[in-house]
Design a protein around this ligand. Structure first.
Ligand code: FES
Ligand SMILES: [Fe+2]
Length: 452
């Protein structure tokens, strides 16, 4: 059984010495919204988490049966299928679905399997006026009604009005399309209610995909995902940004189906003590020692300077937000996770991650990064996914952030390898800093273990 969630008094959670995130918010030059003032630490126990969750085939198969076949999951963005007939293939573990834009603008999802002899209906994304199978030519309308059976004199036993494509639950949230393979599932808005409450101020539906990159990573999907669920590893994995990232100041908040870690930017880690402003800037702007830094106006902190620069970039595309966003919304990493694998960042940094098993292989996974951008005028077309080869760095497509991903990626196969050989049956997590990882496993216990 999952241990019951018990909220702890924020003052009693173990916390790093030095300023808290809330202390930093007190220095903001603009009004800080309530959503950032909220604190929701949760103590979910300190028990080790079984290594078999990352290594065993049996656990993977339980995950497929009780999680991936049952849960609401992010399939695509709405702007990837803007016109009637646009369809996208979404695969999860050994399942495949086609998400199809309808003539009336709504979206339907079908299992990606022909009702004749089962061939996958669509192997590629694209635009079509009908859904026709390439094997013998059975065809369905976009809305799933049967359209054509070649040589139908030979199929008198088929009831045409009962031979429509089965539909699976589909819904949208903030421009994201969610599907659920389980026709008996609960409502999407209930499942997303915590996340939705958090994003009232940040409208992601008005954005478009300006970059989408994907890569097969040689590790279980949770190893890759968990590398982005805490800032505790910054000291060990990204020491070059310690002077400009308040890793230990991070705030971790846990609700029922979503959680977040907020890590402040342009402020030194408590681990390195006082750092001159120019060194904070150099660390975060990735400026070499022999290159000049942009000038920091007298009396302005690096956080304030960074927020000012971000306001300039918003001025054209989203002028209404320029003076609304506080410094923290423009500078900090506000990294949300909606169970099980959807990670939209809040506020200005419009990054979205997704991690999922790579087909039916539990020792590899697909990691994706989307960048969402505001636009003025007509919505630009969504960027197509760019698949990185095994040895291609993230830095090639995601810039400075990509260099950070490459450092994270370097650990992943080594974590898998270590877990395959360890004599210790469980991994041990920090009480506070790794509580989002703990929460993920708490949810997995509920969905996968308790259900089987
Ligand atoms: S399997 Fe699709 S038409 Fe035969
Ligand atoms: Fe990292």
């Amino acid at each position: 059984m999952a241990e019951a969630i018990s909220p702890l008094d924020p003052d009693n959670m173990p916390r790093s010495p030095g300023a808290t995130y809330q202390d930093l918010l007190d220095t903001d030059t603009h009004e800080v919204p309530e959503v950032l003032r909220e604190q929701s630490p949760k103590f979910l126990g300190n028990a080790d988490v079984a290594v078999t969750r990352y290594t065993s085939r049996e656990w993977h198969e339980k995950e497929v049966a009780h999680l991936w076949r049952k849960v609401w999951q992010f399939a695509c963005r709405e702007e990837e299928i803007p016109e009637p007939g646009d369809h996208i293939r979404y695969d999860i573990a050994n399942l495949s679905f086609i998400v199809v834009r309808q003539n009336d603008g709504s979206i339907k999802t079908y299992p990606n399997a022909c009702l004749h002899r089962g061939r996958m209906l669509k192997e590629f994304d694209g635009r079509a006026s009908e859904l026709r199978c390439a094997f013998h030519g059975f065809a369905w309308e976009l809305n799933g009604d049967l359209k054509d059976i070649p040589a139908d004199w030979d199929f008198c036993h088929v009831q045409k009005d009962e031979f429509g494509l089965p539909e699976i639950p589909t819904g949208t949230w903030n421009g994201f399309v969610f599907i659920n393979p389980d026709p008996e599932c609960g409502p999407l808005d209930e499942f997303l209610s915590d996340l939705d409450r958090q994003f009232q101020r940040w409208d992601l539906s008005k954005l478009y995909i300006s970059m989408h990159a994907a890569k097969v990573m040689p590790c279980n999907w949770k190893i890759a995902q968990e590398a982005f669920c805490e800032a505790y590893h910054v000291n060990g994995t990204h020491p070059q940004i310690l002077k400009g990232l308040g890793d230990c100041n991070s705030q971790v908040d846990i609700w029922e189906n979503c959680a977040r870690v907020i890590t402040p930017g342009m402020t030194p880690s408590p681990l390195v003590g006082d750092v001159p402003d120019n060194e904070v800037m150099r660390a975060m702007l990735d400026v070499r020692e022999d290159e000049p830094l942009p000038p920091l106006p007298e009396g302005m902190s690096p956080r304030e300077w960074s927020a000012t620069m971000a306001r300039e970039t918003l001025r054209e595309a989203a002028p209404d937000l320029v003076d609304v966003y506080c410094d923290a919304e423009l500078v900090d990493s506000i990294d949300y996770t909606q169970f099980p694998n959807f990670h939209p960042w809040g506020a200005f940094n419009r990054i979205v991650y997704r991690f999922r098993p790579n087909g039916d292989d539990h020792r590899t996974c697909i990691m994706e990064c989307f960048l969402l951008m505001p636009f003025s005028g007509e919505r630009p077309p969504a960027a197509k996914v760019r698949w990185l080869e095994e040895d291609e760095p993230w830095g090639k497509v995601v810039g400075f952030l990509g260099q950070i991903f490459d450092q994270d990626s370097f650990n992943m196969p080594k974590v898998q390898a270590g877990l395959e050989t360890t004599y210790k049956p469980g991994i041990t997590l920090a009480t506070y800093q790794e509580s989002k990882v703990r929460w993920l496993h708490h949810k997995l216990t509920e969905w996968v273990e308790d259900a089987s």
